[in-house]
Design a protein around this ligand. Structure first.
Ligand code: TXA
Ligand code: MG
Length: 356
């Protein structure tokens, strides 16, 4: 156990002295929790194997899951990749800095702990001013997974990160809630066709405007066991990657049928004295207002950015309210809705109820 210090850092004008305190820890091979526009990251020097070991240890994450390398300038690519495909150049120009991670051919200098032994490396340039300042001051790219314990929901506030990592990291930089709220989109540029491995903060539609050949195959709604088996062929694609500590059920289908099914499930569980939480949209509040459950609304169903921003806070808030199950409605999958849907599927870990 070590003392975890949380310090407030202004998002837009980060105090250079505070950034330098964090950067000196990074240079010394330590790890630091820092904000990005997507979720909080648990960062360490990507080129120091000892720092990488600390990241895996603090999270309780297996070495088989590769890390994303965060850069502040395109010059850093020379150290990290063997070549930069023309497609990568165009995407970087359009979306960096921002919530897009590109899978590129790894240079031999990238530590094996970063790539999990693959010959590719995941790279992104975040747009959060504190993240960029920290990378620059550290003088090295930062490897950073989301700053949660392995298998738990990603943190979108410093308090979420503290709840998971208190006593396991020396320092957390707190710049308030993350703007995007879901992790970066992971795009594989090393397969024959550019493929989204994880939907995230840059939508499929936006990527296709720059590179029409980008494709995304949403996970099928198959059982938990089959998913886990499939997951073993794709690192990091574990089904229950984002699960809250409470059993979570995702209801899919036409919204009126979904609302009706959730109400019936609430009654059934309340009859057994269960405390129930529901994760819904503003448009559903009236339907559940009288049902005696904990309600968390992610915002308007017509605003996927809003849903994404509040998703992880919603799961954690219900968890902390002490509910015994979380019942979620599904949301439209346009734009960032695809990422929201993917995270809800993972939170449910195969417990998906299709109605109507
Ligand atoms: O928004 C984000 O991406 C956040 C912030 C902190 O930047 N980071 C994040 O890292 O979500 P993490 O470690 O929780 O997720 C990284 C994902 C995993 O699904 C991992 O399998 C995938 O990226 N990944 C990393 N390297 C890869 C590679 N070489 N090939 C395929 N997938 C890779
Ligand atoms: Mg993660």
């Amino acid at each position: 156990m070590q003392q975890t210090e949380v310090i407030l850092v202004d998002r837009d004008v980060p105090d250079p002295l505070l950034i330098e305190r964090a950067a000196s820890l990074i240079r010394a091979g330590q790890v630091v929790v820092f904000p990005t526009e997507t979720v909080y990251g648990l960062g360490g020097d990507a080129m120091q194997p000892h720092a990488l070991e600390r990241i895996f240890a603090a999270k309780g994450r297996p070495y088989s899951d590769p890390l994303i390398v965060h850069i502040a300038h395109l010059d850093a690519l020379a150290l990290l990749v063997t070549s930069l495909p023309e497609q990568a150049r165009r995407l970087a120009q359009a979306f960096w800095p921002g919530p897009l991670t590109l899978i590129l051919p790894a240079s031999v200098r990238v530590p094996k702990l970063v790539t999990a032994g693959l010959d590719t490396v995941a790279i992104r340039m975040p747009r959060h001013p504190v993240a960029l300042a920290l990378i620059r001051a550290s003088g090295s790219p930062l490897a950073a997974p989301s700053a949660n314990r392995f298998m738990h929901v990603s943190p979108t506030t410093a308090q979420h990160a503290l709840a998971d990592l208190n006593g396991r990291v020396p320092l957390i930089l707190d710049s308030g809630p993350c703007e995007v709220g879901v992790e970066s989109t992971v795009l594989d540029l090393c397969s024959p066709h550019p493929t989204i491995l994880r939907p995230g903060g840059v939508s499929l539609e936006a990527l296709q405007r720059v590179l029409p050949s980008v494709s995304y195959h949403a996970k099928e709604n198959i059982g938990a066991e089959a998913q886990e088996q499939k997951a073993q062929t794709a690192p990091g694609q574990l089904l229950t990657h984002y699960a809250p500590n409470v059993p979570t059920f995702l209801f899919e289908g036409p919204i009126v049928a979904v609302q009706r099914a959730i109400l019936a499930e609430i009654q059934r569980r309340q009859a057994q004295n269960e405390r129930v939480g529901v994760l819904i949209a503003d448009e559903d509040i009236a339907v559940f207002a009288q049902s005696g459950v904990h309600i968390y609304s992610l915002g308007s169903e017509r605003m996927p950015e809003q849903l994404a921003t509040h998703l992880f806070a919603g799961l954690r808030t219900l968890e902390e309210a002490g509910v015994q199950c979380i019942l979620c409605r599904s949301f439209p999958t346009q734009g960032l809705g695809a990422a929201v849907h993917d995270r809800l599927q993972k939170a449910a870990g195969g417990k998906i109820i299709t109605v109507g």
